[in-house]
Design a protein around this ligand. Structure first.
Ligand SMILES: [Mn+2]
Length: 344
C-alpha cells in the first residue's frame, strides 16, 4: 500500500460531502462491486453519493446489494445532464483513462476534484489525486484497504460486493494478478459475510440460454494457429441477432478459447452496434497483450487487454492476426533463447 497516497484519499473522503462515483464502459464485476462498496462506505460517513455509469448493468450482477441505486446514463438519453452540487468530488474507479467512462452526462469542469483509483498499469494519471496500485488484483481490493483506513465497518453488504469484485477480476483466483494478499483480503471478506459459493453461483451459473448459443456459434468459427500458439474467433451482428444474445454475453468467449492446450494468446473480434470492431486479447504466461493492444490504441493488463478499430471485420482479423503471429514468433524465439541461455 502506498500509505501516503491512501491517506490523501482518506482526507478527501472525510473533508468533502458530495460525491459522484463512476467507472468504465462495459461494466464488469470489479467496476460495479467497487462502486457499490464505496457507496456504502461513504454512506457510513453520512455523505451524499451518486453512482452514475454510461452503460446498463449486466444481468449477472443484479444480485449485488444496492444495485438499484445506480443511475444508468444510457437509459436517460444523450441530452441528460446531471445537476452537480458545488464542491462535488468525482471518483473514477477501474478506468485507465478518462475517455473510458464514456458519456455520463456530467460537466467535468463543474466538479471540484477528480480522484482516480485504479490498478491498470496503463493508467494515464488523469485525476487531481491518483491512486494506482498495479500490484492489486482489483480495485475491489484497494477499496477493501480504504475501508480499513477510514475506520469504517466492513458490513456483510460491503464484503459481498468486494468479494465479487475480486473473483471477477482474478477469474476466481486463477489469473496472474492473484497474490497471497488477495487470498488474505478474500479470507477477511468471507469472514465478514461474503459467501463464496453463493456469489460464484450468481456470477457463473446464471447464464441465459442465448449466451450459450452465442458461445456455440463462436466456437464453430474458431480458428487456431498452433505453431504461433494463437486461437481466435468472431462475433458478428448477425450472430448476436439470431441467437438473441446480449452484448455482455460475449464476455467469456475469449477466455474459453484460451483454455485450449498449447494456446498462448486468444483473440475475440466483435462487431459492435456502431460499425466498430472490439478486439479482446487474453494470454497465458509471459506474452504481454497490454503492450500489443497499445500498438492499436488500446491497453489493459499484461494478460487481458483490448482495443477498438473501425472497418470490415474480416480485414481487421487478417491484419491483427498476422501482426500477432509476427509478435509471438519473435517473442517465442527470444523467450526460448533466453531460457536456453539461463539453463546453460
Ligand atoms: Mn479491475
Amino acid at each position: 500500500m502506498q500509505s501516503k497516497k491512501i491517506r490523501e484519499i482518506v482526507n478527501i473522503l472525510k473533508e468533502y460531502n458530495n460525491f459522484i462515483i463512476t467507472s468504465h464502459v462495459n461494466l464488469d464485476g470489479d467496476a460495479l462491486g467497487s462502486e457499490l462498496a464505496l457507496y456504502f462506505i461513504l454512506k457510513q460517513l453520512q455523505k451524499r453519493v451518486t453512482i452514475i455509469n454510461q452503460d446498463r448493468i449486466p444481468y449477472i450482477y443484479s444480485f449485488m446489494p444496492g444495485i438499484g441505486n445506480i443511475i444508468c446514463g444510457d437509459m436517460l438519453g444523450n441530452n441528460f445532464v446531471l445537476n452537480i452540487k458545488p464542491e462535488t468530488v468525482l471518483i473514477v474507479l477501474d478506468s485507465s483513462n478518462l475517455e473510458r467512462i464514456g458519456n455520463i452526462g456530467i460537466d467535468l469542469k463543474k466538479t471540484k476534484l477528480i480522484v482516480n483509483i485504479d490498478h491498470h498499469p496503463s493508467n494515464t494519471n488523469y485525476g487531481h489525486i491518483n491512486y494506482i496500485d498495479t500490484t492489486s488484483s482489483s480495485v475491489g481490493e484497494i477499496i477493501f484497504h480504504l475501508c480499513t483506513e477510514l475506520g469504517c465497518q466492513l458490513t456483510e453488504q460491503i464484503a459481498k460486493l468486494l468479494y465479487a469484485a475480486i473473483i471477477t477480476d482474478t477469474g476466481s483466483f486463477r489469473y496472474a494478478n492473484t497474490r497471497a494478499e488477495t487470498f488474505h483480503s478474500a479470507y477477511l471478506l468471507a469472514k465478514a459475510g461474503a459467501n463464496p459459493h453463493l456469489i460464484a453461483n450468481y456470477i457463473y451459473n446464471n447464464n441465459e440460454l442465448s449466451g450459450l448459443k452465442l458461445l456455440g456459434e463462436a466456437l464453430l468459427k474458431l480458428q487456431t494457429d498452433l505453431d504461433s500458439k494463437i486461437s481466435w474467433t468472431i462475433v458478428t451482428r448477425e450472430m448476436i441477432q439470431h441467437t438473441c444474445a446480449k452484448e455482455e454475453e460475449t464476455e467469456g468467449i475469449v477466455d474459453r478459447i484460451l483454455s485450449i492446450k498449447c494456446v498462448q494468446v486468444s483473440v475475440l473480434f466483435r462487431e459492435t452496434g456502431e460499425g466498430k470492431i472490439k478486439i479482446s486479447f487474453r494470454s497465458k504466461g509471459e506474452f504481454n497483450v497490454d503492450c500489443f493492444a497499445k500498438i492499436f490504441g488500446g491497453g489493459g493488463h499484461p494478460n487481458a487487454a483490448g482495443c477498438q478499430l473501425e472497418g470490415n471485420i474480416h480485414t481487421i482479423v487478417e491484419k491483427i492476426i498476422s501482426e500477432l503471429k509476427r509478435a509471438l514468433d519473435s517473442f517465442q524465439f527470444k523467450y526460448n533463447s533466453q531460457s536456453f541461455s539461463r539453463e546453460i
